[in-house]
Design a protein around this ligand. Structure first.
Ligand code: ZN
Length: 151
């Protein structure tokens, strides 16, 4: 990755961590889960409102932790809003591949462009867990679990 692109990506991540999208408690949540990454101390709670068709009608998160973990949660809520459960699952699998530096062929070009800001993390395995925490927590919320851990 060239340096200017790397800097741009860092700016996007910082912007999301400083001004998180969809942050707060969702009063009408149908699903909720807490996530914890013990390696870094990051915490994320994901609130979801799934409609009858299983679509993400609303989503919010609350969290505390490093910039990567909070920026990833912010990016994730932005992307998942309005998606079906199946679409969300595909997006998650694609992101998990992308962030580990693996082939993320399942992602659409648009989704990939947005999530690409996290692709540089594959060089930092410890930080990968910060970035995936929100997604694991989302999955756990959808599946009706209460707690997600990156370990
Ligand atoms: Zn972290």
């Amino acid at each position: 990755m060239d340096n200017s692109l790397r800097e741009l990506y860092q700016e996007v991540i910082l912007d999301h961590s400083r001004h998180p999208r969809h942050s707060g408690v969702l009063a009408n949540a149908t699903h909720k889960a807490d996530g914890y990454n013990p390696l870094c101390g990051d915490r994320v709670t994901v609130y979801l409102a799934l409609d009858e068709a299983g679509k993400v009608a609303d989503i919010k998160f609350q969290g505390k932790g490093c910039a990567i973990s909070q920026a990833s949660a912010s990016l994730m809520t932005d992307l998942l809003l309005g998606r079906s459960k199946e679409d969300a699952e595909k997006l998650m699998q694609g992101f998990l591949h992308l962030v580990k530096g693996e082939d993320a062929a399942g992602l659409s070009a648009d989704d990939r462009e947005i999530l690409d800001v996290m692709s540089g993390l594959s060089e930092f395995p410890m930080r990968v867990k910060c970035a995936t925490l929100a997604w694991h927590t989302f999955k756990s919320a959808v599946e009706g679990g209460e707690a997600a851990k990156t370990e």
